[in-house]
Design a protein around this ligand. Structure first.
Ligand code: GDP
Ligand code: IMO
Ligand code: MG
Length: 428
């Protein structure tokens, strides 16, 4: 029965957490399949705000089993801190399951993330500094540490020794930092082993059984399409596959079982960190949108870069993810703008591009071609159906559908769980 993938269509922070939470009552499992605590999802329920980083958003729905899939990188200190914080606020976190194959973020990778950024200087990525990149690099280099290694201390020690042979050379000789001892790494990781053990399982087997029984499984991305290591604006990306294909490798649910792909996109565009952003607004214009949308990072508190809606990116995200449903968020933030510019194509050195340019050089030089849509002034936060929206707002939604090539199934009109215009069921 339904396996649903939910991804971000832009550069992150589209409101994936809210979209997952929205369908939480019709879902049995929510699987985080990529990334780690670089993500930040804010969910507002009955006026209470929850900020999640490592935990899947499904943890806030009472009947959902939240799953940390094999594709995730886990900082154990953050995991338990987040669990304790939610537990203290009365959220039952006891159903969480964690893949035995998920990788662990050791402390030396947090250090390396920060020092490599410093050394990159002008060429830095603007990472979240959480050790994400170095941990995925270790996974690919086959010197990573996995959750299951905590259950065999001898093996864990051997792996840490192997990793530190390389890491200490880097830390000491290249970055002028102190060497890390095997004991300190092993002791820190082992201090979590007993508490983690009951949560650990073969999550791909668990999900296969759940799908066989007709349960609804949603696979929720951290980050987003343009931050995907293969399909994003490389090298200004995260180090995992945040697109729909990543849902399969990162969870062990095969492509033949996926029924639909929900792509969440904001009515305008934001980006955190460095990298190209064709529709970016600067100065007062950028400040106005940032203030209207409350665009400050959930994870690092950094002001998000803001700009107009970019339909070239929207179309690209539909193609790369095979989007079946769009969830358009934050339409309320555009209230009061008139006209509302939408980027429908790029111009690069006098040539029009209707699709993403093939090379990064061209993308860096892309100048937006804008179409201007009529704005609206009425407060739309109370709208619950398309008919409640002013005609100009409806036309904006229809333009997004047409330009991105997928139907809009829900429209966000405020941060609250109930502040949504539902067009058609997302779980079918
Ligand atoms: P995620 O990383 O994709 O889960 O998104 P974030 O949580 O980082 O950022 C989205 C922000 O927008 C959060 O603060 C949400 O509470 C808020 N939000 C989500 N949907 C809407 C919406 O439709 N309208 C408004 N005004 N805020 C929204
Ligand atoms: P959610 O799930 C927005 C960005 C960082 C940086 C780049 C690489 O909340 O949408 P990393 O620490 O991953 O190596 O940083 O990716 N980035 C995000 N931007 N939302 C996120 O997650 C992000 N996760 C990473 O700012 O530019
Ligand atoms: Mg976020």
């Amino acid at each position: 029965m339904p396996a649903i993938v939910l991804v971000g269509a832009q550069w992150g922070d589209e409101g994936k957490g809210k979209a997952t939470d929205l369908i939480g009552s019709s879902v049995d499992y929510v699987v985080k399949f990529n990334g780690g605590n670089n993500a930040g999802h804010t969910v507002v329920i009955d006026g209470e705000t929850y900020a999640l980083h490592l935990l899947p958003s499904g943890i806030l729905s009472p009947n959902v089993t939240p799953v940390i899939g094999n594709g995730v990188v886990v900082d154990l200190a953050v995991l338990f801190e987040e669990l304790d914080t939610l537990q203290a606020r009365g959220i039952d976190t006891s159903r969480l399951v964690v893949s035995a194959n998920a990788h662990l973020i050791p402390s030396y990778n947090r250090t390396l993330d920060k020092v490599t950024e410093r050394f990159l200087g002008q060429r830095r990525i603007g990472t979240t500094g959480r050790g994400i990149g170095p941990t995925y690099a270790d996974k690919m280099s086959r010197v990573g540490l996995r959750v299951q290694d905590l259950f065999d201390e001898k093996i864990l020690r051997q792996k840490v020794e192997g990793a530190l042979d390389q890491k200490n050379q880097l830390l000491v000789k290249v970055y002028n930092r102190r060497a890390v001892t095997v004991d300190e790494v092993v002791d820190e990781l082992m201090s979590y082993a007993d508490r983690l053990r009951p949560m650990v399982t073969d999550t791909s087997l668990l999900l296969a059984g759940a799908l066989d029984e007709g349960k609804v499984v949603i696979m929720e991305a951290g980050q987003a399409t343009l931050l995907d290591v293969d399909h994003g604006t490389y090298p200004f990306v995260t180090s995992s596959n945040a697109t729909a294909g990543g849902a399969c490798t990162g969870s062990g649910v095969p492509p033949t079982r996926v029924d639909s792909v929900i792509a969440v996109l904001k009515a305008y565009t934001t980006r955190v960190g460095e990298g190209p952003f064709p529709t970016e607004l600067f100065g007062d214009e950028g400040d106005r949108l940032r203030k209207a949308g409350g665009e400050f990072g959930t994870t690092t508190g950094r002001p998000r870069r803001c700009g107009w809606f970019d339909a070239v990116i929207g179309r690209y995200a539909t193609r790369i993810n095979g989007t079946t449903d769009l969830v358009l968020t934050k339409l309320d933030v555009l209230t009061g703008y008139d006209p509302v510019p939408v980027c429908v194509a790029y111009e690069v050195d006098g040539v029009r591009y209707d699709e993403m340019p093939m090379t990064q050089t061209d993308f860096h030089h892309a100048v937006p071609v804008f179409e201007y849509f009529e704005g609206w002034d009425d407060d739309i936060t109370g709208a619950r159906s398309m008919d409640d929206l002013p005609p100009a707002a409806r036309r904006y939604v229809e333009a997004v559908e047409r330009l991105c090539g997928a139907p809009v199934s829900a429209v966000g009109v405020g941060p609250g769980r109930e502040e949504i215009v539902a067009v058609r069921d997302l779980v079918r």
